[in-house]
Design a protein around this ligand. Structure first.
Ligand SMILES: Cc1cc2nc3c(=O)[nH]c(=O)nc-3n(C[C@H](O)[C@H](O)[C@H](O)COP(=O)(O)OP(=O)(O)OC[C@H]3O[C@@H](n4cnc5c(N)ncnc54)[C@H](O)[C@@H]3O)c2cc1C
Length: 253
C-alpha cells in the first residue's frame, strides 16, 4: 500500500528520496503493479515530472525513456515491428496506456513476452543512484535479482541495439493469453546468437549466448528440463521450447 507520495521535479531530488532511510521508498512508473493491494507499506516517488518519456534513435541504438508507456512505444515510428507485436501480447490496450517500460520489466513474471524479447535482445538499463556515476547494466544481470539490484536505484533508460535481428514465437491456450512457452532469438551480424525462454517461473531465462547458433535446440531443452507447473508439464515445455527456438531461428534467416 502506498502511504506516502512524492512528485520530484529533478533526477537528483528523486534519487535523494530513493536513498532515504526509514520507510521503503520506491519509484512509481504507471502504478498498475504498485497500486495493487499489498500489506507492505511503501513511499512512492512518481517519476512523471522528470521527462523520462522520450524514444530516440541514435545511429544503431534505440533509447527508450523509463517512463515511456507501452502504447507510446508501440505507436512510435522508430519502433521495430517485432517490438510492437510483442507489446500487443504483453498487455491489453487499457493497461498499455499506463504501464511504463521500466515498470513492466521490473514487475514482469516469467510469463512476460516483453521481458523475454528484451532479454534475448540484450537490452541495457541505464541506472542511477544518488552520489554515483550512472551505469549501464544488462537486463539479464538485473532480472533474477531485481529487488537487490534496484535498491536505492532508478532506471532512466532502456537501450536497444538496432544492428540485430530479433524474433519471437510462442504457444498459449488462446492467441491473446499469456504464453505457456515463449522464445526469443536475437542474432547479430557477427553470428552471435542469444536465446531467451519465457512462460514459466519468476522471470524469463537466458538459455544461450554464443558466437554461433550451434546447440540452440539443446540449450532450450536444457533450460526448461524442469519447468513444470500447474499450466504445463516440464516434458511439454522442454520439447515446445526446442521446437519454437528452431522455428524462431529459421524465421530470422
Ligand atoms: C488489470 C491488470 C492486469 C494485469 N495483468 C498482468 C499480467 O497479466 N501479467 C503481468 O505480468 N502483469 C500484469 N499486471 C501488472 C502490471 O500491469 C505490469 O507489470 C505493468 O507493466 C507495470 O508497469 P507500471 O509502469 O505500471 O509499473 P509500476 O506499478 O509503477 O511499478 C512496478 C515496479 O517497477 C518499479 N519501477 C517502476 N519504474 C521504475 C524505474 N524507472 N526504475 C526502477 N524501478 C521502477 C516499481 O518500483 C515497482 O516495483 C496487471 C495489472 C493490472 C492493473
Amino acid at each position: 500500500m502506498i502511504v506516502e507520495y512524492f512528485r520530484p521535479e529533478t533526477l537528483v531530488e528523486a534519487l535523494d528520496l530513493l536513498s532515504r532511510k526509514g520507510i521503503k521508498t520506491v519509484p512509481l512508473g504507471g502504478g498498475t503493479a504498485l497500486n495493487q493491494p499489498s500489506a507492505e507499506q511503501v513511499a512512492a516517488v512518481d517519476l512523471q515530472a522528470l521527462g523520462l518519456n522520450q524514444v530516440e534513435l541514435h545511429g544503431q541504438t534505440l533509447a527508450v525513456g523509463a517512463m515511456t508507456t507501452l502504447q507510446a512505444i508501440l505507436e512510435h515510428p522508430d519502433t521495430p515491428e517485432v517490438l510492437a507485436k510483442v507489446i500487443r501480447y504483453e498487455a491489453s490496450y487499457n493497461l498499455r496506456q499506463a504501464a511504463t517500460i521500466a515498470g513492466t520489466l521490473m514487475s514482469a513474471s516469467g510469463r512476460s513476452p516483453f521481458a523475454t524479447l528484451l532479454l534475448a535482445w540484450d537490452a541495457l538499463l541505464e541506472m542511477h543512484q544518488a552520489g554515483k556515476e550512472p551505469e549501464s547494466v544488462g537486463l539479464g544481470d538485473v532480472l533474477p535479482v531485481r529487488v537487490e539490484a534496484l535498491h536505492n536505484r532508478l532506471i532512466t533508460k532502456v537501450i536497444l541495439g538496432q544492428n540485430v535481428r530479433v524474433g519471437y514465437e510462442y504457444v498459449a491456450r488462446t492467441p491473446a493469453d499469456l504464453p505457456l512457452v515463449c522464445v526469443s532469438v536475437a542474432r547479430w551480424p557477427s553470428g552471435r546468437t542469444r536465446l531467451a525462454l519465457g512462460g514459466y517461473g519468476a522471470a524469463p531465462v537466458l538459455a544461450m549466448d554464443g558466437p554461433q547458433a550451434d546447440g540452440l535446440e539443446q540449450a532450450a531443452r536444457d533450460a526448461y528440463s524442469q519447468a513444470g507447473d500447474e499450466w504445463a508439464s516440464a516434458d511439454y515445455r522442454r520439447e515446445a521450447a526446442a521446437t519454437l527456438a528452431l522455428r524462431c531461428f529459421q524465421a530470422l534467416k
